[in-house]
Design a protein around this ligand. Structure first.
Ligand code: ATP
Ligand code: MG
Length: 399
């Protein structure tokens, strides 16, 4: 019997079959089903051409139609439905130049990266496995489909994918595959950085991150990854207690803590990260450095974004022995006199008005932050007259 996640997707396959086409579940979802792991996306491969798929289903998003992929929406979920294809060369290192549609699932499986990903399953649960992927799943082995040297040369992203699968699954990389990864490693320099970084994020989030890092060091792949290649020793200095990190922001905060000479913006710019990632990395690394000097207190919790509590605890465990728990952080959070600067009983205009003869400048912001810090740590009450009084006794330097 098929697990629940496959039921709804089975409707799509049944419809394609009813119209005389072949269709299978394919790739990662079959692998994860056989491994009894949580199923991610369900992908479908079919003999129907993209135009036909578009006509057969009501709601479709033709994302990669020239490569044969149509996203079919069904019961509010998305499924990638891709026509059986054989890939041509990958001269731009992003996508194959030419795509030839084919008629058999076996040919489609030939273009896939690893034997464990070259599995297909029909709706009866029968598996098509031309490259002994099931055997490799049992032996916990990552092995390329066909000659590793050619396959890695054709798309060097597969080298990082092998590392990330070793990190996610804890599998070994088969000896020849590993040798070929090492030989072709330098070719990842031609890849679009976004593709590299997507796979790196999955690598660092893998349950078997130490296995992934072992192979990263073995292949020296980091000597060809932007920023890391300028100081590959960052990888040698990863903490012994390394654990999976669930976001790129955490990974970058960790690197910056290991090597403060490389700015966060150097990572985020070269890795073309979203602003959200940059913000997360900055917030987390500020908390780490502050914790190193002051330990956990109100000011740290006040400045740490709620969404980063778990990330902060994960990172703190890597570098420190006496680490706060989420409960510690939440307890402090509840006791904070104010949550944001907008709750402060005094603002920049109030300060300016107290010193009408002084020119506007950074002193206002600095003074506001001093007062804010005192309110947060409880040494000043959050009311306007108390704050003004304190400022009168501690006026800004006038020079
Ligand atoms: P995840 O659970 O992370 O989604 P996945 O195996 O589904 O893992 P995807 O990146 O979603 O990985 O790719 C789906 C399938 O497409 C893979 O299982 C593999 O068969 C094939 N594939 C993906 N990228 C490549 C590639 N660069 N070269 C060859 N085949 C690939
Ligand atoms: Mg997938």
């Amino acid at each position: 019997m098929l697990p629940k996640a496959f039921y709804e997707a089975a409707d799509i396959i049944e419809k394609l079959e009813k119209h005389g086409y072949k269709a299978y579940f394919v790739g990662g979802c079959v692998r994860d089903l056989l491994l009894d792991r949580p199923i991610g996306d369900i992908d479908i491969a079919t003999s129907a051409k993209p135009g036909t798929v578009q006509k057969l289903f009501q709601t479709v998003i033709p994302v990669g139609i020239e490569h044969g992929t149509v996203i079919v929406r069904h019961n509010r979920k998305s499924y990638e439905v891709t026509t059986f294809r054989l890939d041509g060369a990958y001269s731009d290192r992003r996508r194959p130049d030419t795509v030839h549609f084919t008629q058999t699932i076996e040919q489609d499986l030939m273009r896939r990266d690893f034997t464990i990903n070259a599995l297909a399953m029909n709706i009866k649960g029968e598996i098509t496995d031309p490259f002994a992927g099931k055997r490799d799943l049992e032996h916990e082995m990552i092995r390329t489909v066909g000659d590793g040297f050619d396959r890695f040369h054709e798309d060097p992203l597969r080298i990082i994918r092998a590392l990330r699968f070793s990190s996610q699954l804890g599998f070994q990389i088969e000896a020849n595959t590993l040798q070929n990864m090492t030989k072709v490693a330098h070719e990842i320099e031609h890849l679009a950085i976004e593709r590299i970084v997507d796979e790196l994020a999955k690598l660092f989030a893998g349950s078997y991150i130490k296995t992934g890092i072992y192979y990263l060091k073995y292949t020296k792949l980091h000597h060809h990854i932007p920023v890391l290649k300028d100081d590959p020793s960052v990888i040698d200095r990863l903490p012994v207690k390394l654990v999976p990190l669930y976001s790129l922001g955490e990974v970058i905060a960790m690197f910056h803590y290991i090597e403060p000479d490389i700015d966060i913006s150097t990572w985020t710019k070269n890795w073309k990260c979203a602003n959200r990632t940059k913000h997360e990395a900055m917030n987390l690394s500020a908390a780490l450095f502050y914790f190193q000097n002051n330990g956990l207190n109100q000011w740290l919790v006040y400045r740490l974004d709620d969404a980063n509590y778990n990330g902060f605890v994960r990172l703190a465990k890597l570098f420190f022995t006496d680490v706060p728990t989420i409960q510690d952080i939440n307890r402090i959070k509840k006791s904070l006199p104010i949550r944001t600067r907008s709750e402060l009983a005094l603002n920049g205009y109030d300060i300016k008005a107290m010193f009408p003869s002084m020119k506007e400048g950074p002193w206002i912001r600095d003074l506001l932050q001093t007062v804010e810090k005192k309110v947060v740590n409880g040494t000043l009450a959050n009311n306007k007259s108390a704050l003004k009084e304190w400022i009168k006794w501690n006026p800004p330097d006038i020079n």
